[in-house]
Design a protein around this ligand. Structure first.
Ligand SMILES: [Zn+2]
Length: 443
């Protein structure tokens, strides 16, 4: 057993001297040579919080969660479950614990400030640290991902992790005919993509529509190779065709029309999952004037120099006010909100996602606004939205080791001061974020 004083010293030393972290690990290893199997030096009990576990079950009002070597080893009510003797105890009485948030549609590593096209390994890691500081502990990056992202993903299976986890789609698959598109699917699969991403609509004339022939070929080919397909879309008619072709994941809202019963039935039967990305649409017009969130300290905490000045520029604002597409997105968003409620009520699995990461879509922070919109404007319950951002997202996206606070999962969670079941905006009341049982460092 490592004496408490030594453990504390090693911990302080590691925190204060990042380069010394390896040394600290070695020291624990050396001292750990005398540990027995009963030793609980790596075990921590979080005691007294209300625990919302991400499955949708009623919360445990006063719970205990035991974390060992980065994973949850037990969760229960105080009284039913006790902290084993000798473990580290963290008093979280009067707090609320929820699973780490999953952004089911982001883009990682490509933006610096308000500038896109900046992809690098360094920016991938910086973005994952940023997400983690906001409580987003897993990001599914749907497009723009290169080999560095795959390597970063593959390095995350460790109890020392303290940045967000990553899943990737690789480059968006395009092709003028099935053969060309299938070659691109092959190269994404070889890269190590978790998803294949396609865009089917023509983005109001700004890109080539993907023909039905091509997307059917892509979906069939990717599914045969065991890789799910996520689709960017806009129109209900495209959604019908995509679901009929076997698409796994609708990665944006249907925004041209309110969904009808035939589509709802089709979506349910197919088991397709749906990500509304409401904040993506908001981001297209919100900078026509100064958004309320410019006054939120949680937002401002991560703002780089000059970004707000650029967004406040009167010429920039006026260009957005007179941009037809941006203004039409306000109507599209109204349709999206109706469709989210209809699909969620019908039992179509909903995945929280923002399409965050590109310029002006502030990853980490926007996920909290997305959840608030899902409740306050679409009319979902706070519990529905928490599940869509945690356990429900994980089960749709096949993230088997995260998303819920259950035995065996990685200990990715938030400690909140206030209860998000009372007001979903309280997801922003997090006091600490934990990934694999490690507290995420602050700036
Ligand atoms: Zn996207």
């Amino acid at each position: 057993m490592v004496p408490t004083a030594t453990r504390t010293w090693v911990g302080l030393y590691a925190r204060q001297h990042s380069l010394s972290r390896l040394l600290a690990t070695v020291m624990v290893g050396v001292l750990g040579g005398v540990q027995t199997s009963e030793c609980r030096a790596e075990t921590t009990a979080f005691i007294g919080a209300k625990i919302i576990d991400g499955t949708g079950k009623a919360p445990i009002e006063r719970g205990i969660m035991i974390v060992r070597d980065g994973r949850i080893s037990a969760v229960g009510a105080v009284g039913d479950l006790a902290a084993p003797a000798g473990v580290k105890r963290v008093d979280v009485s009067d707090k609320i614990i929820i699973p780490g948030l999953i952004n089911g549609h982001g883009h990682i590593g490509g933006t610096v400030g308000l500038q896109g096209g900046q992809y690098s390994r360094e920016n991938v890691l910086r973005d994952l640290q940023l997400n983690a500081r906001y409580g987003v502990t897993t990001v599914v990056s749907l497009g723009g991902d290169q080999a560095a992202s795959v390597a970063v993903r593959d390095a995350e299976n460790t109890p020392s992790l303290d940045r967000a986890r990553l899943r990737v789609a690789g480059p968006v698959v395009v092709g003028k005919d099935p053969e060309e598109a299938m070659i691109r699917v092959d190269s994404s699969v070889q890269l190590g993509a978790d998803f294949i991403k396609i865009k089917v609509d023509g983005a109001a004339g700004s890109r080539q529509r993907m023909s039905k022939e091509v997307f059917k070929a892509v979906i069939g080919y990717a599914n045969a190779r065991g890789v799910p397909v996520a689709a960017h879309l806009y129109y209900l008619d495209d959604a019908r065709e995509l679901v009929a072709a076997g698409v796994d994941y609708i990665a944006h809202s249907i925004r041209d029309r309110v969904v009808d019963d035939a589509f709802i039935a089709q979506a349910r039967k197919a088991g397709v999952y749906y990500c509304p990305t409401l904040m993506r649409d908001v981001s297209t017009y919100i900078y026509e004037s100064e958004p309320d969130f410019f006054a939120d300290p949680l937002f401002l905490a991560e703002m780089g120099p000059g970004i707000l000045d650029e967004l406040r520029d009167p010429d920039r604002q006026s260009r957005i006010r007179t941009n037809l597409q941006a203004q039409e997105n306000k109507d599209a968003l109204r349709v999206a909100l109706i469709n989210l409620k209809k699909l969620a009520d019908a039992g179509v699995p909903i995945v929280m996602g923002t399409d965050g990461g590109p310029p002006g879509r502030f990853q980490g922070y926007f996920e909290h606004l997305e959840m608030e919109m899902m409740v306050e404007r679409a009319g979902l319950s706070p519990m529905q939205v928490i599940v869509a951002a945690t356990g429900g997202a994980a089960s749709s996206l096949k993230l088997t080791e995260v998303g819920t606070l259950e035995s065996g999962k990685w200990a990715d969670f938030l400690v909140l001061a206030k209860d998000p079941l009372a007001d979903i905006a309280y997801t922003r009341s997090f006091e600490s974020v934990w990934i694999a049982g490690n507290e995420v460092p602050r700036n």
